[in-house]
Design a protein around this ligand. Structure first.
Ligand code: BGC
Length: 399
């Protein structure tokens, strides 16, 4: 490494990310809400009010802008916007439009995710992603979001972590309960085909709304690392869980890279992290270098499609570990930039301690939220990370 500091490239996105269901509260028309209240689903706790961001989004944005961030990735909720098939709520569209304008007024560039894991109940009832006409229904919803994204939104993410959607569908089909001790369940191929088609249809629909919007999707990258001799096993394992989704972004304006930890693969498949490895509150191995590997692997597949880190972070109750994690992760981003990767932004996961798909226990937030009063308190990591937005300099690896 040759320079004392790595400066953000021109226009670099610097922000934090959230998802509607995880922060808004009372997303009652969604498939997840139903699941949370179904005893058979075995969900630890329901989302209920979440962070009440449906009402408190202005406070969230005030905090993020005040901390020094220049970008905010949030999702809009299909289950609210289209509560019944073909019926679009003008009030909800106006709500999300106010959020876009509210972000712009505060100097936060909004990145809008159109789908982040939750679907309307009626969409699930008719068979979800693999039912006939599902892609067209998603496309129709995307077209209906024109009043939200039509002006002032430079980046739209169509579908968050399509590979996880496919993995969860595969798990449901297999009849197994829960994830294996290491690695991911086998994705459902029909779901993969459907979400890839939905992404491509959505991309065209967004361009039809406003051709200058830069469209992409964000892929969960598990940083599969091969043990010596297991390279072929690793490649075969990774392809349906990751690479097929990255390949589908080859004609996109950018691709979102999301990583948290790594998965090592031996001759017989994934192997759990060693017993003495540091683990986070999600039980994932503490591995800040993940993002560097994820960026490089993605670039190998997409060639010159620009990369944006759309999520990266750690669930921990020890905020000093969060700063340490981000320091390590950003050194990887800096090194990748120095090596010439076209990285256009970094969005931390997550702005707030939020509903982590079944439990509030894993705290990923830069800002804590009191579950009773909803009072927000930025953690030291929030001040530190946001502050880098003012210096526009990335921390570098020691030595
Ligand atoms: C998702 C988020 C989630 C985070 C941490 C990603 O899989 O996009 O919704 O909270 O990782 O698990």
């Amino acid at each position: 490494m040759t320079h004392a500091v790595t400066r953000f490239p021109e226009g670099f996105l610097w922000g934090a990310a959230t998802a509607a269901h995880q922060i808004e509260g009372n997303n009652t028309n969604s498939d997840w809400w139903r699941k949370e209240h179904d005893d058979a689903a075995g969900i630890k706790e329901p989302s209920l009010d979440a962070c009440d961001s449906y009402h408190r989004w202005q406070e969230d944005m005030d905090l993020l802008a005040g901390l020094g961030f220049t970008d905010y990735r949030f999702s809009i909720e299909w289950a609210r916007i289209e509560p019944a098939p073909g019926h679009f709520s003008r009030a909800e569209l106006a709500h999300y439009r106010r959020m876009v304008e509210g972000a712009l007024e505060r100097g936060l560039r909004p990145m809008v995710t159109l789908h982040h894991f939750t679907v309307p109940r009626w969409f699930e009832d008719r068979g979800g992603w693999t039912a006939e006409g599902a892609v067209e229904l998603f496309e129709r919803y995307v077209t209906a979001t024109a009043p939200v994204i039509g002006k002032g939104v430079e980046h739209v993410c169509t579908i968050n972590e399509p590979n996880m959607i496919s993995v969860i569908a595969g798990l449901a089909k297999s009849g197994e309960h829960g994830f294996p001790p290491a690695g991911l369940p086998t994705p459902d191929e029909d779901t993969t085909r459907a979400v890839v088609a939905a992404h491509h249809a959505a991309r065209a629909a967004v361009k039809a709304i406003n051709p200058s919007i830069r469209v992409g999707w964000s892929v969960a990258n598990q940083v599969y690392q091969s043990l010596p001799g297991a390279e072929d096993v690793t490649a075969a394992y990774r392809y349906p869980r990751e690479d097929v989704f990255i390949e589908a972004a080859r004609d996109d304006d950018w691709i979102g890279v999301q990583s948290y930890t790594r998965t090592r693969i031996g001759a017989d498949g994934p192997i759990p992290a060693p017993g003495d490895a540091e683990r986070t509150l999600t039980e994932w191995e503490y591995y800040p270098a993940a993002v560097g590997h994820a960026l490089r692997h993605t670039a190998d597949i997409v060639g010159d499609v620009p990369l944006i880190v759309t999520e990266n972070g750690i669930a921990t109750a020890d905020d000093a570990r969060r700063v340490d994690y981000y320091t390590g992760a950003l050194a990887e981003v800096a090194a990748a930039l120095e090596d010439g990767l076209d990285i256009r932004g970094y969005l931390a996961w997550s702005a707030l301690d939020n509903y982590e798909w079944g439990s509030y226990a894993p705290t990923f937030g830069l800002i804590s939220v009191d579950p009773e009063t909803f009072a927000r308190t930025p953690k030291p990591s929030a001040h530190w990370l946001g502050g880098l937005g003012r210096t526009r300099e990335l921390p570098r690896a020691a030595g």
